[in-house]
Design a protein. Sequence first.
Length: 241
Amino acid sequence: MGRAARDAGGRITGADLLRYLRDLGWRDVAWQPPPAKAVPPPVAHASSTPPAALDPSRAESLEEMARSLADCRRCRLAGSRSRVVFGAGSNRARVLFVGEGPGAEEDRQGVPFVGKAGQLLNAMLRAVGLRREDVYIANVVKCRPPENRDPQEDEAAACLPFLWRQIELVDPAVIVALGRVASQFLLGTKAPISSYRGRWTSCRGRDVLPTFHPAYLLRTPSAKAAVWADLKLLRQRLRDG
């Protein structure tokens, strides 16, 4: 086959082949271009961009919220904790207790108020006819501060939206703020807790009773009488409905 029947790369082209055959007297041939290659539809790949993470402060249930916070990294406390201590108790509780943050035993078990202070809280509950499973218990921060120090402002700010959502989801009749730190962050005050402890106040339209933290009672047994008076106020409020 002559040079004219090949393309620049040495390959025979259909048009040149047709011309070559006609030059040889083949008048009844006609070249039909090969059918175009079918282009397969694009393969659908899973998006490499994951769906937007759930905002825990908009969770529709406590269970959903707990799952979304299980590996929270929103503040520096994530670097020293063993596990997130979300909260525990009845999701229909009439009373919601708020502490400041997990301690060593809580960090180990992932459950709030299970150390010595938690054992005392259980006894306090029984004294007013409540069981632990009847109430809900949470903290201002859900990760243990190093050496059990107070939560810092930015750490509490990162976690408070989740506490507010827990309160909304449980919808308790009353909130008991356990200790100075919980009371200050809930009520937005820097005043000493001794100046307002044992008096009903309100926060976001809910009744709040500030009292001493059980850990404080372990260090200061003389304060137990004051807390017993506060618990009687709680018991009376629950009886009154």
